[in-house]
Design a protein around this ligand. Sequence first.
Ligand SMILES: Cc1cc2nc3c(=O)[nH]c(=O)nc-3n(C[C@H](O)[C@H](O)[C@H](O)COP(=O)(O)O)c2cc1C
Length: 196
Amino acid sequence: MNILIIAAHPRIEQSRVNQRWLSELREYPDRITVHELYKTYPDFAIDAKNEQELIARHDRIVLQFPIQWYSVPALLKQWLDDVFTTSWLFGTGGKAVGGKELVVAMSIGGDESSYQSGGMIGYTISELVRPIQVFANQIGMVFLPHYKLYGAIKAADVQIDNSAVRYVEHITSPDLNPITVRQRMLAEMTKASPNP
Ligand SMILES: Cc1cc2nc3c(=O)[nH]c(=O)nc-3n(C[C@H](O)[C@H](O)[C@H](O)COP(=O)(O)O)c2cc1C
């Protein structure tokens, strides 16, 4: 499985979490390609064709970012708008991204307890990433469970280190895709009782 990380941090030089995550990801160059948007496009002039070709070469796409005002950083939104054009998605040949997997990986300043109904923020992260989920659904990608680190601002170095290791485990697991897990469960059930 080829994994592409689309990393979008507006101030990566000041980052603790995203920077540590990127250094961990770079330990696996055979499986994981890291693509930093703010380094590649400091002027926001995105080369859509280049990005589309990069996506085409990968099976699982990970959008990695610090949550900012309950959303994605500006360049990541620009990237979504510029790269996923109707002509590319549905034009000649069509199905540019059909069946590819999409994962969101976020560092979150607030505590986990804030992100629940009745909590300080009042919404869960699953609710806040819904726009990306519906985007994936509409273009035929498979939206997978996200990865996150709450309390990112106050996190101790050891917590960030542990989160980096768990992050790689999360995004490289074939079982992240519930379709794969369900197929295996069905195969095992069929084997156990061949005559239903
Ligand atoms: C402009 C801005 C907006 C932010 N908005 C949020 C937010 O909506 N919710 C939240 O929990 N944290 C928010 N934060 C905190 C960041 O998510 C946090 O600093 C970041 O995830 C830490 O990761 P890093 O060490 O890689 O920078 C915001 C930070 C900035 C600079």
